[in-house]
Design a protein around this ligand. Sequence first.
Ligand code: MD3
Ligand code: FE
Length: 214
Amino acid sequence: MIQSDLDLFDTQPQRLASHTVLLPGFALPVVEQLLDGLRPVLRAAPWRHMQTPGGLRMAVALSNCGSLGWISDDHGYRYTPTDPLTGKPWPELPAALLELASAAAAAAGFPDFIADACLINHYLPGTRLSLHQDRDERDHGHPIVSVSLGLPAVFLLGGLQRADRTRRVPLSHGDVLVWGGEDRLRFHGVLPIKPGVHPRLGERRVNLTLRKAG
Ligand code: MD3
Ligand code: FE
């Protein structure tokens, strides 16, 4: 293999900010285990479009697993122990996902992370996620681990003020992003997903966001 080809398969961690680390391809060895774990979750808690507190339908469809799940309705954004669609507890966090989250956090310098909530976001081509902060968790001291699957995305990494300039970070199938500490409250978003067909997931992007919410 010639030297320049190595860059294409670079799986070295990349520090994007003081407490933000991209782990390219970190989830690739366990993708099939993740998908096997997600199938029963999505049967029990199917994709749905939540309403924002302002009454708008979110473009991203979502589900949750773990002891807490993130929801949005006319009362606001919050974590709940049960799925409002079924009234039942959210499905359990699949073991492969829980283990991946702890391993990724450790690789990024957060050795004791145990997730209790996983938000599962579903993007069709054209779907975007506008710039926002994640502030609904009880303790902002814990890191967040995000796993990208399916179609690629361009992630926007901003600063602590909405108006701060944003950086574009390409995210591919199997990439894992970990952030915490002072980066935990950075504004962030996702540009509209480009049309395409992913060989494993088809015309969609799925993002798993693992947190300690409780
Ligand atoms: C936050 N999801 O669900 S996660 C969300 O790809 C959400 O579905 C996006 O934002 C998604 O709340 C992005 C990745 C991420 C990466 C870096 C960050 C979130 C970040 C840096 C600071 C704060
Ligand atoms: Fe977010």
